[in-house]
Ligand binder design. Structure first.
Ligand code: F6P
Length: 547
């Protein structure tokens, strides 16, 4: 149960609704065992699978949702494996799990909390499964923060001496930073308004100084983003920023218009000194790493404006709708999850790479890294027993072309097999006359890498290529092993038609649901993060015992 002002909010389903059938560890499930048996059989090389040009396979492994497409034909799996993966989703009752989340059942069982980021982008629904109290609270807060965003953008929000705000500085870390930072980076180039938005997450004084150095205190607005309002890094940054304002001529008593806070604990923000009407709230059923859609999105709303922010929500909502209703075999987020489980648990790949072929998505991998690794980095099942299968992979990545010239060598010829999600954007709106040339280079590289990783080059082809270069037989023999590529590296290709708010919202929601499905398939709780809590507690203890 949570409260917002005088409004008490209880998720629609009482805790008892979470009680489900006794938990069955994955290896004891029928479909899991079938998959294990299939994985033990010799699997065809991806080159063979692709050269077979099987239209049924090609059709089964292509997905479309909310304008986002997924081409999974370069995954190292046959149709019988794909069907067994779908059976696994059915056996685990994935649909029921999703409905439980939508109903507001406390699926974050270790904290007794609902998980309702879908409610944040479904506020237009008349009778939502999570209940009208939550819907109304979400609507209310959405209007509040979009209203603030518009006032800042139009200059109606003024600093203490009546000057409009030119710069907004977001102080927050983890989920209170990565989502809005990623989205401002992605959408700012096409949609940013007149106010500049900056992010500081790291408590190193240099990080704060670097951002503040060129700013004018009188024209700067700070947003303290912290769900708990206890995070040391964020509170230290805020305290230093308060001092910076004072040193810059905005005395403590005049600082009111220079501070907004977003938190699930409004009283803590008020005690810190933020005026009640400038404290925006989130709720305990919004996980930090799933909070972009809430008031945590304020810096993004300030950057891109109300209409664009609403488009972001609409795109995510369209993906939610698809996830909840599309048949399992056509379900894009579920496909991402099932293919990931095949790679992680049956092909034994411990990491997962995101390769982004649009510079505006430079922050995307870091954002998904938190979403995935903080969610599914778990080693006990939901029943408290040690896990019986590997869980979340190490997620990493960055911009594709840069990665090609940095670490892709290891993907092609190293000893790791690293599944890749290639993410591209079909159209560019970069305002350079040569933009189409750049776009063509990005696209051809994306496709070439996916093909090269899938097909590789066997010794025969490598030797033929060397002979064609005119090398002697001895040289061909010596160099062939070095010029051979194992291939058989699985990948997805995800395309967005454009990098606009709608499609970015849809893409992020797809990854959120992927993480949800994988947690259900592994039988773990994706929505707590007790591991991180231990480090926080120890740091607190050390801080209080160190002079
Ligand atoms: O928003 P808060 O409460 O400051 O927490 C920031 C981040 O810290 C974490 O709790 C992990 O330390 C994340 O889950 C969260 O996104």
């Amino acid at each position: 149960m949570t409260t917002t002002g005088s409004l008490t909010i209880t998720p629609a389903a009482p805790p008892a609704a979470a009680a489900t059938a006794p938990f069955t560890p994955p290896p004891q499930r029928l479909a899991w065992r079938r998959l294990a048996a299939l994985a033990r059989q010799p699997q065809p090389h991806l080159r063979t699978l692709l050269d077979a040009h099987d239209p049924t396979r090609a059709q089964a492994l292509r997905f479309e949702a909310a304008g986002v497409t997924l081409d999974a034909t370069r995954q190292a799996l046959t149709l019988p494996v794909w069907r067994a993966l779908l059976d696994m989703a059915t056996e685990v009752g994935l649909r029921d799990h999703a409905h439980a989340m939508w109903r507001g059942a406390p699926i974050n069982a270790t904290e007794g909390r609902a998980v309702l980021h879908v409610a944040l982008r479904g506020s237009q629904i008349d009778a939502p499964p999570w209940g009208t109290a939550i819907r109304d609270a979400v609507r209310h807060e959405l209007q509040r923060f979009l209203g603030i965003a518009e006032r800042v953008r139009t200059g109606a929000w003024q600093g203490h001496d009546g000057q409009p705000i030119t710069d907004v500085v977001n102080l927050g870390i983890g989920g209170s930073d990565l989502g809005p930072r990623m989205a401002v980076h992605a959408l700012g180039p096409t949609s940013a308004g007149p106010v500049r938005v900056h992010f500081v997450s790291n408590p190193d004084a240099w990080a704060l100084w670097e951002v503040l150095r060129p700013l004018q205190p009188r024209r700067t607005l700070f947003i303290i983003q912290s769900k708990t309002f206890t995070t040391h890094e964020t509170l230290l940054l805020a305290a230093s920023a308060r001092r910076w304002l004072a040193d810059g001529g905005v005395g403590e008593r005049d600082q009111g218009p220079h501070w907004v806070a977003v938190t699930a604990h409004p009283q803590r923000a008020q005690a810190w000194g933020v005026a009640a009407h400038q404290v925006l709230r989130i709720w305990d059923w919004v996980g930090g790493r799933y909070s972009l859609w809430s008031a945590i999105g304020l810096p993004l709303a300030i950057s891109i404006g109300r209409a664009a922010f609403e488009q972001l929500l609409a795109g995510a909502h369209a993906m939610d709708d698809h996830f909840l209703h599309a048949p399992l075999e056509h379900n894009l987020p579920l496909a991402l999850a099932l293919l990931g489980v095949w790679n992680r648990n049956f092909l034994g790949c411990p990491t997962h790479l995101l390769a982004l072929y649009d510079a505006r998505l430079a922050e995307f991998a870091r954002f998904i890294q938190q979403m995935d690794m903080e969610s599914n980095g778990k080693s006990v099942h939901v029943d408290g027993q040690p896990v019986t299968v590997e869980t979340g992979p190490i997620v990493w990545g960055g911009l594709g072309n840069d990665a090609q010239h940095a670490y892709f060598q290891l993907l092609h010829q190293g000893t790791h097999r690293v599944p890749v999600d290639f993410i591209g954007v079909r159209e560019t709106d970069a305002p350079l006359p040569t933009a189409p040339l750049h776009q063509k280079l990005l696209h051809t590289n994306l496709l070439a890498q996916a093909e090269a990783l899938a097909r590789g080059r066997d010794a025969e082809a490598a030797a033929a290529a060397l002979r064609a270069e005119g090398l002697s037989d001895d040289e061909v023999q010596r160099l062939t092993p070095h010029r051979t590529y194992r291939g058989n590296v699985p990948s997805n290709i995800l395309w967005l038609p454009r990098l606009d708010p709608f499609h970015l919202g849809a893409l992020v929601a797809a990854y959120e649901h992927k993480v949800f499905c994988q947690a259900a398939l592994w039988g773990i709780n994706a929505y707590d993060q007790w591991g991180v809590e231990l480090g926080k507690t120890m740091a607190r203890t050390l801080a209080s015992s160190t002079p």
